[in-house]
Design a binder for this molecule. Structure first.
Ligand code: C5J
Length: 226
C-alpha cells in the first residue's frame, strides 16, 4: 500500500505516515543579499526558484499532517563547533563568524541564520541546527526520525550539490528511502544542480528518486493509496 509518485528512475511508493519532508538550509544567509552565499561571490537569485515549490509542498504536508523538519547550517557564537578547516576555506574577505549586514555570518542567533520568512517553521516542526553540510552529522536528526517511525524522506532545500546531496547520501547509508524535489532544490550553479539530480537517481536509483513538487503534492492531495 502507498501513494505512487511519478519519479525518476521509476515510480516512488510513498507512505505518508512514515514520511518526513526535510527542508535543508532555506536560510537568509544563503538566499538574501549580504549573507554567506553572497559573501562567497554567488548569485543568490539562482536559489530563489526553490521557494515556491517548497512553500506549496509545506502547505500540502501541513494539510495532510505529514511530518515537516527544517535544518539550518550554522555555528555556536563562540565558534567552538567550527573546524579550523571549514573556517579557513575560501579566500574571501568575509568569513563564517564575521559581522555582516544580517549579523554574524552563519552564527546561531543572527538574523541571517534564520529561515527565510516565506518558509518559516510552524510550531511543532523540528528545526535542526547543524554545523556541517550533512543534516545527520553532529545532530539529533536520526533519533527524531527513528522515534517517529520515519523510513522515507522527501528532501528539498539548498544547495543541491552541497548540503542537499550530503544529507541525501547520509540518509541513504542509514537506510532511509529518499526522493529529492527537483524544483524544490537549487544551486548557485545550474549545471551542478542538474548533475546532482542526475547523480541522485542514476544507476536505477543509486541514492533514490527525483520528482517535481507537483507530483508529490498531487499524490498527497489525492490520497488514494494503491
Ligand atoms: C553551502 C549549503 N553551500 N546549505 N551550504 O555552503 O548547501
Amino acid at each position: 500500500m502507498g501513494l505512487s509518485i511519478g519519479a525518476r528512475p521509476y515510480p516512488f511508493l510513498m507512505h505518508p505516515s512514515r514520511t518526513a519532508f526535510l527542508v535543508i538550509d532555506m536560510q537568509r544567509d544563503f538566499l538574501e543579499p549580504g549573507g554567506f552565499g553572497a559573501a562567497l561571490g554567488n548569485d543568490i537569485g539562482q536559489l530563489r526558484t526553490a521557494i515556491m515549490p517548497i512553500k506549496l509542498m509545506l502547505d500540502a504536508c501541513r494539510a495532510t499532517n505529514m511530518m515537516v523538519i527544517h535544518t539550518r547550517e550554522g555555528h555556536r557564537p563562540d565558534l567552538s563547533d567550527l573546524s579550523a578547516a571549514k573556517h579557513a576555506r575560501g579566500r574571501f574577505a568575509t568569513r563564517i563568524g564575521d559581522a555582516g549586514p544580517m549579523g554574524r555570518i552563519l552564527v546561531r542567533g543572527a538574523a541571517g541564520h534564520e529561515i527565510i520568512p516565506e518558509l518559516a517553521a510552524q510550531p511543532g516542526e523540528p528545526v535542526i541546527d547543524k554545523p556541517g553540510k550533512g543534516a545527520f552529522y553532529a545532530t539529533d536528526l536520526e533519533a527524531i526520525l527513528r522515534g517517529r517511525g520515519i523510513t522515507q524522506l522527501i528532501i528539498a532545500g539548498v544547495t543541491t550539490e552541497v548540503c542537499v546531496h550530503t544529507t541525501l547520501r547520509e540518509a541513504n547509508d542509514r537506510g532511509f528511502e529518499c526522493l529529492v524535489l527537483e524544483d524544490g532544490t537549487a544551486s548557485y550553479f545550474p549545471e551542478f544542480h542538474r548533475a546532482a539530480l542526475d547523480m541522485a537517481c542514476a544507476q536505477d536509483g543509486i541514492f533514490g528518486w527525483v520528482a517535481p513538487a507537483s507530483a508529490v503534492i498531487a499524490a498527497l492531495r489525492e490520497g488514494t493509496e494503491s
